[in-house]
Design a protein around this ligand. Structure first.
Ligand code: INS
Length: 472
């Protein structure tokens, strides 16, 4: 039940970020009685990331004060209000406002839901959760694309696509009414007997002594950040995060991986593939773009199976050269096409149009196998005491990157040309490869306490690889 609830949050994250590709094409002249300009398309698409960025900065504090469960329920309310505003709106500004409010929900959910579940699940299931969440995100994106394709010839089809996002959040809200908050949160609030009864339900076969020991462990952990009030703990937690060298290194690795995940430009395709294929002259651009979301989903499944065997660092170092090559191929193929970003190309498709499509599929496949998933393994970088806080910064970095890419992609396509834009993405990949090569140790085989030790006197990449090899 808990895993199901977690995947609903990932699913909503995916659905709400995924439907925009087809909705941007379907809107036509429905808002303000005219076609959207490229700046307006950027605003509509990036306002969700802006909301998510803004909200993810407060999400950690909110989860610690309101509780994990009420925070996730608040997300559902924000999703619903945002969706309803979009469903009924007649003006572009209201569409942007609705997307922003929905984005606040996405931002809080992307941090709080995994936190909620990981604190409630037995430790041996905890790791799988991250990848289940990624599967739910890319699955949500695929379904949003498919729904968009289904409604593409219906009048106001985009409004129904948006309205459908209400279904998972209503389902999540109702199921949460029957689920408890986490024992960790209850212990933070000194509600020891409530914590006891929740642990009793999650671990039905454990003895009372074991549960008492677990409560003691959690409350010791709680006092590992000094301070009597939540506010003092937040201030001291920040100090520990930035002043303790191992935490600072963990923060650098977590934030840089999330930044790389976004700045290689994948979401430019996820959010605008409908618009890109329309520019290229594909007739049924919305259906064609389902190939993008489908590839993303399938290669997330590949990543699920490969990540533990191949290792996080290895999987990045193997997939990034492919990513780089497909970005170069995209740039090269675009160069042969005469695309005007402001109007759609009307002539027939040439071999280079198909080449762009192939290159983009390769781009998505190599991204989804590595960069799409690895950065979300962020929680293993931090010790328990600063895990929530550290994750707030790394999640915030992710949404900041997503916002910058979606707010600038079409403008970049106009200024730098499509080919120049993809060259820019390729150069980000090349530079990131070097940074990752020198600073990202292989953490897959390490216990959580060992990660902190490993990072205490440097990035210790070579040492981590030896440990990984020895334990394989
Ligand atoms: O891990 C996810 C996944 O790769 C999604 O497809 C993408 O849209 C998100 O930005 C990313 O964080």
């Amino acid at each position: 039940m808990l895993t199901f609830v977690a995947s609903i949050s990932g699913f909503v994250f995916g659905f709400d970020t995924g439907y925009i590709s087809s909705v941007l094409v379907m809107i036509g002249k429905d808002l303000d009685g005219r076609y959207l300009t490229i700046e307006e398309k950027e605003w509509i698409s990036s306002s969700t990331s802006l909301g998510a960025f803004f909200a993810s900065l407060f999400a950690g504090i909110m989860a610690d004060t309101l509780g994990r469960k009420p925070s996730v329920m608040l997300c559902d309310l924000l999703f619903a209000v945002g969706a309803l505003i979009q469903f009924f709106c007649g003006h572009i500004s209201w569409m942007i406002a609705g997307r922003f409010i929905m984005g606040c929900g996405v931002g809080i959910g992307s941090l709080t839901a995994p936190l909620y579940i990981s604190e409630l699940s037995p430790s041996k299931f905890r790791g799988r959760l991250v990848t289940i969440n990624c599967l739910a995100i890319t699955g949500g994106q695929l379904i949003a694309y498919a729904v968009g394709a289904g409604f593409s010839h219906t009048t106001s089809g985009w409004r129904y696509t948006v309205a459908l996002s209400l279904v998972p959040c209503i389902l999540q809200f109702i199921s949460l009414l029957f689920l408890p908050d986490t024992p960790r949160f209850m212990i933070m609030k000194k509600r020891y007997s409530d914590a006891f009864s929740v642990l009793r339900r999650v671990y039905p076969s454990s003895s009372n002594d074991l549960i008492e020991a677990n409560i003691k462990e959690l409350s010791d952990l709680n006092s590992s950040v000094p301070g009597n009030s939540t506010w003092r703990k937040i201030v001291n937690g920040n100090r520990m995060l930035f002043l303790v060298p191992s935490n600072r290194r963990a923060l650098f690795i977590g934030c840089s991986l999330q930044a790389v995940q976004q700045f290689v430009g994948f979401n430019a395709i996820m959010y605008f593939s409908g618009t890109i294929f329309e520019m290229l002259g594909y007739r049924n651009s919305i259906s064609v773009s389902c190939v993008i979301a489908g590839t993303n989903f399938i290669f997330t499944v590949v990543s699920l199976f490969a990540i533990d065997k191949v290792g996080r660092r290895n999987i990045l170092l193997i997939t990034m050269p492919f990513l780089f090559s497909t970005q170069l191929l995209s740039a090269f193929s675009f160069k042969h096409l005469n695309i005007d970003v402001t109007t759609n190309k009307a002539d027939t498709l040439s071999g280079w149009d198909y080449m762009v499509m192939l290159a983009l599929i390769g781009f998505v496949a190599s991204y989804a196998t590595g960069l799409g998933n690895v950065p979300w393994q962020q929680s293993e970088l931090f010790p328990q005491s600063v895990r929530g806080l550290g994750s707030s910064f790394t999640t915030g970095t992710n949404w900041f990157g997503s916002m910058v890419v979606s707010a600038s992609f079409l403008t970049l396509m106009r200024w730098l040309t499509p080919s120049g834009t993809f060259l820019l993405f390729a150069s980000v990949t090349a530079i990131s490869f070097v940074v990752i090569y020198f600073t990202y140790p292989e953490l897959g085989a390490l216990q959580l306490e060992e990660v902190e030790q490993l990072l205490s006197d440097g990035y210790n990449v070579t040492k981590s690889i030896k440990l990984h090899e020895a334990r394989k």
